[in-house]
Write a protein that binds this ligand. Structure first.
Ligand SMILES: NC(=O)c1ccc[n+]([C@@H]2O[C@H](COP(=O)([O-])OP(=O)(O)OC[C@H]3O[C@@H](n4cnc5c(N)ncnc54)[C@H](OP(=O)(O)O)[C@@H]3O)[C@@H](O)[C@H]2O)c1
Length: 273
């Protein structure tokens, strides 16, 4: 599959990437690697020298554009700032019939810039940047949208359409965090009970959760030394974040489903803060 619905939708306008951190750069690289036209990709960020350097190292300098180009010309805008910066886009009107895609954890559609005045938003929660670059990621989407679905599928992300926006809380803990939780769980010498996990996903209304468990088992690193595994787990657990909440519960000795539930609770708390 290519971008056969996306390119006519764009009609020659850019796909803008607003925020060029870990995830923004991964999406930009994956789009170009999948054949997206390089002259239709426009990236902006806040201007940190580290990000400017990282964009150059990733071969993305030619795609860097002004904030105005990204906000005023993009027919599709990928919103990739941190959740606490969710107002960064400002409240100017988006181009007519344009589409905005938020990847921000925990920020509901109703709170996104322009939503109250009719801007069209879709929410996506993908797995980590390395899985996007490795073309073996997953992504939940709500509400369904054919153009967004085509882009994500072209990047080889397995799509999980959610029935309700509320389901992002469970998906974030039980989806993208699952490879990490399984890695820590097994490193403590504990066996993984897949039927028990499948029941947890079902209880939280996640469709096709068995496929997510299979995905997590496939993508988690298995050939790491103990030291590398330690680094992998430490880097993944942002202080105060969802993964850290799951890790703390696992280390406190609760069952794996109960630890994952702590991640769901943490996600809800972050969304309300
Ligand atoms: N990383 C993951 O594994 C992952 C997975 C799923 C979802 N997410 C979501 O994806 C989003 C991005 O995560 P990340 O890890 O890529 O974050 P990040 O590395 O901190 O990147 C954030 C980017 O936003 C830019 N930015 C901040 N304020 C801006 C402004 N006013 N105008 C333009 N750009 C601005 C920053 O610019 P500077 O670099 O110039 O400061 C930076 O490039 C988050 O909301 C997160 O919840 C991340």
């Amino acid at each position: 599959m290519s971008f056969e619905t996306t390119l006519p939708f764009l009609g020659g306008a850019p796909l803008g990437i607003f925020g060029a951190g870990h995830l923004g750069r991964a999406f930009a690289r994956a789009l170009l690697a999948s054949g997206f036209p390089s002259d239709q990709l426009a990236i902006c960020h806040r201007g940190s020298p580290e990000t400017t350097q990282a964009l150059a190292a990733d071969g993305l300098s030619a795609q860097v554009a002004s904030r105005e180009t990204v906000t005023d010309r993009s027919r599709i805008l990928f919103y990739l700032v941190r959740p606490q910066s969710y107002l960064a886009l400002g409240d100017q009107e988006p181009p007519k019939e344009s589409l905005r895609v938020s990847f921000l954890a925990g920020i509901p559609l109703a709170k996104l810039p322009g939503a109250a005045s009719g801007a069209q938003w879709v929410r996506v929660m993908p797995s980590s940047p390395d899985t996007i670059l490795g073309r073996n990621g997953i992504a939940a989407i709500y509400p369904a949208h054919p153009v967004v679905a085509e882009i994500l599928s072209t990047l080889k992300l397995r799509l999980i359409p959610l029935a309700r926006e509320e389901d992002f809380h469970a998906f974030t803990a039980l989806g993208p965090c699952l490879p990490l939780a399984l890695t820590l769980w097994e490193s403590l010498g504990k066996p993984i009970d897949e039927p028990e996990l499948a029941a947890l996903g079902k209880r939280h209304g996640l469709p096709d959760y068995g496929a997510v468990i299979t995905w997590a088992q496939e993508v988690r690193p298995r050939d790491f030394s103990d030291a590398d595994q330690e680094t992998y787990l430490r880097q993944a657990a942002t202080p105060g974040g969802i993964t850290e909440a799951i890790f703390n519960a696992i280390r406190a000795g609760v069952s794996l489903p109960d630890a994952l539930k702590k991640g769901i609770e943490r996600n809800r708390a972050l969304a309300q803060s």
